[in-house]
Ligand binder design. Sequence first.
Ligand SMILES: *[C@@H]1O[C@H](CO)[C@@H](O)[C@H](O)[C@H]1NC(C)=O
Ligand SMILES: *[C@@H]1O[C@H](CO)[C@@H](O)[C@H](O)[C@H]1NC(C)=O
Ligand SMILES: *[C@@H]1O[C@H](CO)[C@@H](O)[C@H](O)[C@H]1NC(C)=O
Ligand SMILES: *[C@@H]1O[C@H](CO)[C@@H](O)[C@H](O)[C@H]1NC(C)=O
Length: 677
Amino acid sequence: MAEPSYFLVLLLFFCSLFLKSQSFDFVYNGFNGSDLVLDGYARIKDKALKLTDRSQNVIGHAFFPKPIPMFKNSSLDVSTFSTHFVFQIVPSDANRGGYGFAFILSPSTQLFGAQGGHYLGVLNPSNDGKSSNHLFIVEFDTVTGYNETSDRYGNHIGINVNGMNSIASESASYYKGTQKKEDVDLEEKEPIQAWIDYDGLAKQVNVTVSPLSVSKPIKPLISIFIDLSPVMKDYMYAGFSAATGEKKASSHYILGWSLKLNGFSDPLDVSQFSPIPAEQSSSSQNKLKRALIVTFSVVLFILLLALLSIFVYRKVMKFDVLEDWELDCPHRFRYKDLHVATRGFKESEIIGVGGFGTVYKGVLRATGAEVAVKKIISNDTLKGTREFAAEIESLGRLRHKHLVNLQGWCKNKSNLLLVYDYVPNGSLHSLLYSSKKGTVLSWEQRFNIIKGIASGLLYLHEEWEKVVIHRDVKSSNVLIDRNMNARLGDFGLARLYDHGQNSHTTNVVGTIGYIAPELTRTGKASKSTDVFAYGILLLEVACGRTPVVYQPDRNVILVDRILDCLQMSNIFDAVDPKLNSTYTIEEMELVLGLGLLCSHRKPEARPTMRQVIRYLNRDEILPVFDNLNSFGSKRADQIRSRFKALGLTDDSIITTSSIHSSSVGEMSSSSFEITGR
Ligand SMILES: *[C@@H]1O[C@H](CO)[C@@H](O)[C@H](O)[C@H]1NC(C)=O
Ligand SMILES: *[C@@H]1O[C@H](CO)[C@@H](O)[C@H](O)[C@H]1NC(C)=O
Ligand SMILES: *[C@@H]1O[C@H](CO)[C@@H](O)[C@H](O)[C@H]1NC(C)=O
Ligand SMILES: *[C@@H]1O[C@H](CO)[C@@H](O)[C@H](O)[C@H]1NC(C)=O
């Protein structure tokens, strides 16, 4: 009688042994990284299992290392199992968290070809939904969109088999009691717990979530009947998968996890859970670091770019760095163009060197026009002021056939470049004193030149909108064009040159021999001082001699010589011998007389340019010397009386040698700073 009971006890014992061998459970109250199978981003951090961080498009997997025997021996039914875990999702910012994580039972710890985003790192478009996957998935998805009809909620939990399409899904929430539902925000910055329970006999899956502070709700969120036996293989690995996506990324943490076959999972010891790592701060530090690095490199890059472009700009434009106001100057040339035109200011292109600077011949590439470029090395007074530019601009508007027209200008560092018409035959000075044969200017040409200069000067003095004082009338400033017409150059330049200087340091600008006596005293140039210089020029043209001939013993003043001739013998003795006496007596007489009158010591005695032209055209008879020839040998007192007739009462002027030479005497004294040739 006792034996059967003995056998029963033995059977029960073996049965219990057998059942014990079927038991399978584990509890992680925090992770220490020793045993889980990790893959992708997944790692253990501060006792938490971190599946992904907040980088875009990352995947993380973590599996319990031992496979779970899903079927009881000889049973066709999947064993009852339950699992309980605590998770936390930390989105990258308020709106952009994603995509989520999933609890999975998988035949392998390797999920080949798994994609992120909506596939949560579990599947990919080609294997999604295939029964050969043998996957049981409970997704905790924070993004709407894989299947708009079934996965309706961004913040939802779904039960899937073999694919990402949920068999059942619910917005994350829990029941208080049996009716009242409380929402659970999966991305809430506090831990959430979840339970997944499968009843192998009833073939029922229950999924429940609640905040960590709330104990397991009685009513599960999702409860469906499903037979997992076709899904499960004999041995399955339990684990988690998480993924982030494009723009949407969260850190996914599992803080604790337990699983049990054939029974409810052991309750987790919440007190052992460490708070999740200081994600916010560390990540924001990283973010800050990254932002700083990015900002720094961007700034550096922009700075380099700016430097480079300035460098290139300077290189290309040479020194054409303009001040704003220079842009409204129509006569302004670009330095680059002038540089090209004069072949880099080559020495071989020099056509003249004068007091103000060097003159280069140039050909403007744009128009092919020949120009003369005068390069003036300035002193400080040339510093680019608006007024200065205005002055040149205004000179640029002067146009007359007997002027060398100023086409434009350019300011470059301390250089001023003036661009003039190119006049081919050189200066009157060079033609008068040329030693070359056959280049002697005929009287006809000379008389024409004299008239031309007068016409140009009249234009400057009276015919333009403003009075322009030339200040440096002389033979080397008269250029002769193709038709042997005179063209007066360098007008107004002297004024530019001493522009802005204080009156007490005035430079007398002009050329020795052409400077009116009062100019050396007052320093004030006027129309009358121009007329004086013109008078000297007339005498120079008639006599073919420079105003002052420098000789070792005694400098010969041209005017003195003429007056000597006048007194001693015949004024025509002073005439340029190169003319070979081929000239019109009346014209010569007129020119000599007018020359003397214009270069009169007294400014009041000098005619205006308009009068000069009337005399030259014989519209008016020169009053004093109407019959000069007839008293060529007469005495000085006769001349004196003639001058008196003009109303010039100062007796001293009649002393012939002092009429003009006194001025020269003053000029050569060093009491005045004389600028120029
Ligand atoms: C890691 O955790 C497991 C399970 O909780 C435990 O058995 C093991 O001793 C721990 N190892 C360390 C180094 O803490
Ligand atoms: C379990 O089943 C296998 C065959 O499926 C068998 O070999 C084994 O002996 C069984 N174990 C028990 C304890 O019944
Ligand atoms: C979306 O869900 C519906 C209903 O469950 C299903 O019929 C459909 O096939 C799903 N679409 C995709 C693309 O999985
Ligand atoms: C699932 O939930 C239902 C309804 O609350 C309950 O009757 C059943 O016992 C649960 N099953 C498991 C395995 O928790």
